[in-house]
Design a protein around this ligand. Structure first.
Ligand code: B12
Length: 211
């Protein structure tokens, strides 16, 4: 039986080597990538966030935990990306302007790829103009935006406005997510959907594709 606490502790302590080794061991024991993400990795990052709020952790600890999470994701990503046939939908994804958090966005991107969608990842700190340019050039059916900071959430609205002004809004479905984002906010800014996690994001894309 794989010890999932090891991965949780390694991320909490910001130990990238241990996180990698614990992930390797869990995969060898047959644990599924998504079970590792939702059972150990996300709860560990939530605890890191709580400790940061309590001022027991500071930015260096956040960085180390983020690095540990990324080293585990290195092993999980190839397993999440399906080798199967691509579905006929393209998704442009990015973290909005001013925001450097990309762990959740990367999980959503990997899950979408793993479900057969073509994913164009614009990275972090993506301006509304860059989203618009990507929609013009890559012609996706979906735009996925991620924000982890309350101060960067308004950039989601600015991006939707920019898509509107460029006459592109009706060509794409816009999905938003990230810890501070809510369904209510999605409705307020005129997004087409919101999900609180990566598997929900895949479900949303699938359901909007057939609707
Ligand atoms: C790791 C981390 C960092 C790392 C990021 C590393 C990286 N490469 O991403 C670093 C150190 C860089 C960092 C920096 C900062 N951070 Co920080 N960070 C975190 C932390 C601890 C974890 C975030 C994370 O990765 N969670 C795990 C992932 C898997 O969850 P997720 O991102 O929510 O994604 C899931 C869902 O939301 C959803 N989802 C995500 N995106 C999308 C998109 C779509 C379309 C859909 C449908 C779904 C979806 O699916 C994902 C998978 O299930 C959070 C605390 C927390 N619990 O969120 C603070 C937190 C987000 N950070 C915070 C702060 C304040 C900062 C700084 C301002 C600190 C500082 N003083 O410098 C800077 C800002 C830098 C910047 N400009 O962006 C605050 C934000 C407070 C607020 N309300 O605005 C938090 C909440 C900590 C806290 N409790 O105070 N941070």
């Amino acid at each position: 039986m794989a010890d999932l606490n090891e991965l949780y502790d390694a991320i909490l302590n910001g130990n990238a080597k241990k996180a990698y080794a614990a992930t390797e061991a869990a995969l060898a024991a047959g644990v599924q990538p998504m079970d590792l993400i939702s059972g150990s990795m996300v709860p560990a990052m939530d605890e890191v966030g709580r400790l940061f709020e309590e001022e027991e952790y500071f930015v260096p600890e956040l960085l180390l935990a983020g690095r540990a999470m990324k080293s585990a994701m290195e092993l999980l990503r190839p397993r999440m990306v399906a080798s199967g046939e691509k579905l006929s939908a393209k998704v442009v994804i990015g973290t909005v302007k001013g925001d450097l958090h990309d762990i959740g966005k990367n999980i959503v991107g990997s899950m979408l790829e793993g479900s057969g969608f073509e994913v164009v990842d614009l990275g972090t700190d993506v301006s509304p103009e860059a989203f618009v340019a990507a929609v013009e050039e890559r012609k996706p059916q979906f735009v996925c935006m991620s924000a982890l900071l309350t101060v960067t959430m308004p950039s989601m609205k600015t991006t939707i406005d920019a898509l509107n002004n460029a006459g592109l809004r009706t060509r794409v479905k816009v999905l938003i997510g990230g810890a501070p984002v809510t369904m209510q906010y999605a409705k307020e800014i005129g997004a087409d959907g919101y999900s609180e996690n990566a598997s929900g994001a895949v479900g949303l894309v699938r359901s909007l594709l057939v609707s």
